[in-house]
Design a binder for this molecule. Structure first.
Ligand code: AMP
Length: 130
């Protein structure tokens, strides 16, 4: 039976993790890596990925170890302060996005969070009133 979480290790983030293509690193821990998006949608646009082979949010939440999940969330949670977009700090807030599969618009099938800020981001979904 084919798993719905089947992971293709030729995806671009797997290549980044193997050091086969470069990345603009923001921070790295034992289980996680954060780097700048190559096509930023706002002044701050950072991607946070687990080092483990997880296809999407659902896969990561179901199968990652507690240690990986804690490491990942703590790492993602530090990006806003490190990039100056925190609420009530030196910034005005931000958005966290985990696109998943076709309807979610996921292009790279290695789980990642987008952390986006540095300007007002408008409606939550395109075509909506907010
Ligand atoms: P998603 O649509 O959620 O899968 O987003 C994938 C993101 O990865 C897009 O915002 C791309 O701009 C970004 N991306 C693709 N290739 C690279 C790369 N080599 N380095 C950094 N970001 C990338």
């Amino acid at each position: 039976m084919t798993s719905k979480h089947e992971y293709d290790d030729q995806n671009i983030f797997a290549k980044i993790l193997r050091g086969e293509i470069p990345n603009d690193k923001v921070t790295e821990t034992e289980h996680s890596l954060a780097f700048k998006d190559i096509r930023p949608q706002a002044p701050v646009h950072v991607l946070v990925i687990p080092k483990g082979s997880y296809v999407d949010f659902e896969h990561f939440a179901a199968e990652a170890s507690d240690e990986e999940i804690v490491d990942f969330i703590r790492t993602a949670g530090r990006i806003s302060a490190e990039t100056g977009i925190s609420r009530g700090g030196d910034g005005e807030g931000f958005r966290v996005i985990a696109n998943t599969s076709a309807h979610g618009g996921q292009e790279v099938d290695h789980f990642h969070l987008h952390i986006i800020g540095g300007r007002a981001l408008g409606p939550m979904l395109s075509g909506s009133e907010g």
